[in-house]
Design a protein. Structure first.
Length: 139
């Protein structure tokens, strides 16, 4: 219910643990062990008595969800594009030469900065999609 929210929070550089496969008890266990706050649209989960903080996400629209989280936690400073969008690990800068065979030729010719996820090995660069994401974030 909050998968798109999780992905966009990662775009902003927020440390977000997310999986749509966990049962409620597992979510609570992980949140307790890692001292995390649970963001959920599940009123049953949010209403449980547990040693973790829950924030009930009100809207089904991810843009409104992002706004709610930013207001709820008074987020101001973001480290945009510093985390892997898939696995949440902090990205590592990579030289252009090191990604030569892992990116499309056009990307290699037109981009200068690259980053790699040390966990899943995905390569990231600041293409036109990143510009579009930044425009959405600003709005």
């Amino acid at each position: 219910m909050v998968g798109k929210l999780a992905r966009w929070l990662r775009v902003l550089g927020v440390d977000v643990a997310y999986s749509n496969t966990y049962e409620d008890d597992e979510i609570i266990r992980i949140a307790t062990a890692e001292n995390r706050i649970v963001l959920t649209r599940d009123t049953g989960l949010a209403g449980r008595r547990a040693a973790v903080r829950f924030v009930l996400i009100e809207s089904g629209d991810y843009t409104q969800q992002i706004g709610q989280v930013i207001r709820e936690f008074s987020l101001r400073d973001f480290e945009v594009f510093t985390r892997c969008l898939e696995c949440n690990v902090v990205l590592t800068p990579a030289s252009k030469e090191s990604v030569f065979e892992r990116v499309p030729p056009y990307v290699y010719l037109t981009q200068e900065r690259f980053a790699v996820c040390p966990s899943c090995n995905r390569v990231f660069w600041h293409g036109t999609h990143a510009d579009q994401m930044l425009k959405r974030i600003r709005s």
